[in-house]
Design a protein around this ligand. Structure first.
Ligand SMILES: Cc1cc2nc3c(=O)[nH]c(=O)nc-3n(C[C@H](O)[C@H](O)[C@H](O)COP(=O)(O)OP(=O)(O)OC[C@H]3O[C@@H](n4cnc5c(N)ncnc54)[C@H](O)[C@@H]3O)c2cc1C
Ligand code: FES
Length: 262
């Protein structure tokens, strides 16, 4: 269930995990209660010059403490994400959510699963790895280089296979190369990452006839289904607009790979 409620969260901690990659825990009032893996929150900057909130996936959900963790990359100077990285414990920040649909956990029960993340699509795979109750949890994650942020936390939650573009850790190449090199097999796939990675995974899943859920990243504006800034091409016609479109923020971000065009 998603929630269009805006609330003010308090920064509990902020930590740099790697070059340009930050981890922030937020104390929430209500957002944590209904949050599920694969959902995201829209985070507002405290600078009035940036009106649109930034969509960031939930990396961890701590229902007991009512806290959410986000792990994000600073995209450049004077950006919203740079502002987030400058926040420290006790600062307040407005958030909207949790938004989107999340990964279907029931479908993976008792199955051999691939949990695949690439680049800044790695963080949402952590809460999925913690919650997915499957027979074999094969976590396949891809990084640019040896800055393998969250690796130890993944190792505590399943079998981990790593690929790096520069070959410094694990398989040289991408997540698909790691699957081939280790002769891994699965009967369900969950994936989040850049479009070329998702396209390769979708193709592999269709060739092997494996059920595959992909979490898509599109540029967003409203984040709640109202502005159509985030539409992607779908196989089926959308019943609101009667065109072959789906709104990534509201109908997704998680889709069956066969539902969408990449
Ligand atoms: C569902 C979803 C989940 C995401 N999860 C994460 C995450 O867990 N960690 C992480 O580091 N990044 C994540 N992103 C990407 C993140 O939203 C962008 O990097 C961020 O919005 C950039 O904002 P900025 O102010 O730093 O950059 P700017 O370039 O200043 O942003 C300008 C505008 O473009 C939008 N925008 C820019 N890049 C993106 C993008 N890639 N996706 C969507 N909107 C964008 C911004 O929201 C803003 O409205 C996610 C994106 C989506 C759609
Ligand atoms: S961002 Fe406005 S409809 Fe998705």
């Amino acid at each position: 269930m998603s929630c269009k409620r805006k609330e003010t969260a308090v920064v509990v901690s902020q930590e740099q995990l790697a070059n340009g990659i930050y981890s922030m825990w937020l104390q929430t009032e209500e957002a944590t209660e209904i949050a599920v893996p694969g959902q995201f929150i829209s985070i507002y900057t405290n600078d009035g010059s940036k009106l649109l909130p930034r969509p960031i996936s939930l990396c961890e959900i701590d229902k007991e403490k009512k806290q959410l963790r986000v792990v994000y990359r600073v995209t450049g100077e004077r950006t919203g994400t740079e502002q987030f990285s400058e926040m420290t414990a006790g600062d307040t920040i407005d958030i909207l959510g949790p938004l989107g649909n999340g990964f279907p956990l029931e479908e993976g029960r008792g199955k051999k699963a691939f949990l695949m993340g690439g680049g800044i699509g790695v963080p949402p795979i952590l809460e999925l790895a913690k919650q997915l109750d499957c027979e074999q949890k094969q976590i396949v994650i891809g990084y640019r280089d040896a800055e393998t942020f969250l690796k130890e936390e993944f190792e505590a939650n399943g079998e981990v296979y790593i690929s790096t573009e520069d070959g410094s850790v694990g398989t040289t190449g991408n997540v698909m190369d790691a699957i081939l090199e280790n002769a891994l097999e699965a009967d369900i796939i969950y994936a989040c990452g850049p479009t070329p990675m998702l396209r390769a995974i979708k193709k592999y899943a269709e060739e092997k006839d494996i059920v595959c859920y992909i979490s898509m990243e599109e540029r967003m504006a409203c984040g709640i289904g109202a502005c159509l800034a985030c539409v992607c091409q779908s196989k089926e016609k959308d019943h609101h607009s009667n065109v072959n479109n789906k709104r990534v923020c509201k109908d997704g971000p998680v889709f069956l790979s066969t539902e969408v065009e990449l």
